[in-house]
Design a protein. Sequence first.
Length: 225
Amino acid sequence: MAISWMVTGVSKYGTTGLDDYEPGSNGAVLRNLVGVVDPVQMGQIEYEALVKAQDKFIKSVGDDTVLSVELIREMHRSWLGRIYAFAGALRNVDITAPPHGEVPEFRFSHAAFLESNLAAFEANQLCRYTPCREKDLGALALQLAEVQAEFIMIHPFREGNGRVARWVTDIMALQADRPILDYDFEGVNGLANRAEYYRAMHVALQRLDYGPLAHLLIEAILRAE
């Protein structure tokens, strides 16, 4: 299974509350259940856990499965449950993504509105687009882009939202008889590809247009075929 990019235990968000870091990590690793203080080691632990969890759900989620918020929370727990106490839980702090290159700071959904926003996401995106049957590549990419962007807009978890968003759309792509997407974030052009993805996601998050993100997802599908 292809993994889109390495994840780490370092919090990349600003919050309205106090971040809870592992003692001895100098604020580099979130408090965890395995006592790890080195961010490189934590990144490897998260990566290995993600591979196992993805493989489990790729095999267990059927072609006829309607994806749900509870299933997504179960996916998050399966991935991070042995690493972080917050696995599968909705965050209780507001978080802001810092500026990233040309992409300005962005504030995600307020924590107080997470449950209602997730209910709307389930009704408006998950129940409409899954099980995913779309055969036209362009239409499929637009559906995947909408699901990714709307989930990222909500950002329900303290960490791991981007990876979960791409994981959900990998499952949708498989339901539509397409491969797991290859974003090429780790290759020679990885940094440039990430920057382009962030720019396209920012456009989608502003509710301006899913098109740029859908274009990148078409490339990721074709790259994997």
